[in-house]
Design a protein around this ligand. Structure first.
Ligand SMILES: *Cc1c(COP(=O)(O)O)cnc(C)c1O
Length: 415
């Protein structure tokens, strides 16, 4: 598709290059008409990336503080990732999960080594990982307490994906309501231990799912004390705890897993976004206890954990668990937070600053989309997290100078 469309766009851009840039934008929009219009796309075509920058078809550079929504942790054109992709392309691409292949086994062993988990299931996206986690929890719940023990509890502000069960666990009515009926037995409650204590029931609840750092819901770092209390409650009532670390996991907060900050371990944890360096991949990590009822035939995926994607993910996970990268994210993330707090005081234009590592959210006094739009015009790519929160997700390799440039552009866009 890209090869069919792009030459037309470039030709059209060349023809209109002496006219207004909005003429070019219209041509690009027209060329995208065959795509289902479910995204509000920026009106330019990205053709290239290098380091922490993206370039559009007119050669304009943009500092990318979205990282493909927390996917491109290593930035663009990383030589190690490129080499891993080439090496993987020389090997097997796919053989199906009917047969053993080494890269997926190695990747699972690596993730087990790095985490609380004993076993891993691979799939192709974040929503798929969470849906699989719900299946694991429900299979376990049923074995443990009978058919009634299938309830899944999610939290206010949660985002867990766009499929039928994950959407039911996502706290955005406008995403959810047009698609009812969604998967049943899933409810959303306040991030409050008293309310959860009234809701979590040993007989009917299989699992609680939460993001240790909520992403789409406005970048909220869940309180360590709350997580400790919730862990105690779920243990007491024989309920599994699922962490969705699809956005906040794999180095983004300065530790391999975000749960390391509180030290409160889950029974199941899901990964996706940065896992395979931009190739689609998800993973469900679980304890032996959580996995104990899953049998051959209980779950599966045609593509999940194939040799090509798993080879690349082995490289990426190695890089994202490297202590020097994690130390960089911790140190520069602290600096980034201090700068944002300073900006809040100096300008009076940020109502709140939340985050850690390389995931930050700032609440603004106007629609976040306005700030995102002005930043983009000035050459900085940002993404919102709810109506009034602007989110910063720089590639984990961004240097202090690059972060400082982004902050300058952000401050100008607040004006
Ligand atoms: C992006 C995201 C998902 C969904 O991942 P997809 O790959 O888009 O299905 C789920 N949970 C969290 C926390 C996310 O950030």
């Amino acid at each position: 598709m890209a090869t069919l469309v792009s030459p037309e766009i470039r030709q059209a851009s060349a023809v209109t290059s002496d006219k207004s840039s909005s003429a070019t934008a219209q041509v690009v929009a027209a060329a995208g008409d065959a795509l289902l219009p479910v995204y509000r796309r920026a009106p330019f075509e990205i053709v290239r990336g290098a380091g922490v920058e993206l370039f559009d078809a007119d050669g304009r550079a943009y500092l990318d503080f979205t990282s493909g929504i927390a996917v491109n942790a290593l930035g663009y054109g990383d030589p190690g990732l490129t080499a891993a992709l080439h090496a993987a392309a020389d090997g097997l691409i796919h053989v199906s999960n009917l047969f053993r292949t080494a890269p997926g086994e190695e990747l699972a062993a690596r993730l087990v080594e790095l985490s609380f988990a004993d076993s891993v299931f691979f799939c192709n996206s974040g929503a798929e990982a969470n849906e699989g986690a719900f299946k694991v929890a429900r299979r376990w719940g049923r074995a443990r307490g009978g058919t009634a023990k299938h309830g899944i509890v999610a939290l206010r502000g949660a985002f867990h994906g766009r499929l039928s069960a994950t959407l039911a666990a996502t706290d955005r009515p406008q995403y959810r309501l047009p698609f009812r009926p969604l998967a049943g037995g899933i409810s959303i409650h306040e991030r409050d231990i008293t309310e959860l204590s009234a809701v979590l029931d040993a007989e009917t609840t299989a699992a609680v799912i939460l993001e240790p750092v909520q992403g789409e819901g406005g970048v909220r770092v869940l309180d360590a004390g709350f997580l400790h209390e919730l862990r105690a409650l779920t243990r007491e009532r024989d309920i599994l705890l699922i962490y969705d670390e699809i956005q906040c996991g794999l180095g983004r907060t300065g530790t391999v897993f975000a749960y390391e900050h509180s030290g409160v371990e889950p029974d199941i944890l899901t990964l996706a976004k940065p896992l395979a360096g931009g190739l689609p991949m998800g993973a469900i990590l679980m304890t032996a206890e959580a996995a104990s009822t899953m049998q051959p035939g209980d779950h599966g995926s045609t593509f999940g954990g194939g040799p090509f994607v798993a080879s690349v993910a082995n490289h990426v996970v190695g890089r994202l668990s490297d202590p020097s990268l994690l130390a960089h994210v911790t140190r520069e993330g602290e600096w980034l937070g201090e700068q944002l707090m300073g900006m809040a005081e100096r300008t009076g234009k940020l109502r709140a600053v939340r985050g850690l590592g390389f995931i930050w959210g700032v609440d603004v006094h106007e629609k976040a989309g306005n700030v995102v739009g002005r930043a983009r015009d000035a050459g900085l790519l940002l993404v919102s997290a709810g109506d009034y929160t602007v989110r910063l997700l720089p590639p984990l390799v961004a240097t202090r100078a690059e972060l400082a440039r982004g902050l300058e552009l952000l401050e100008a866009a607040l004006a």
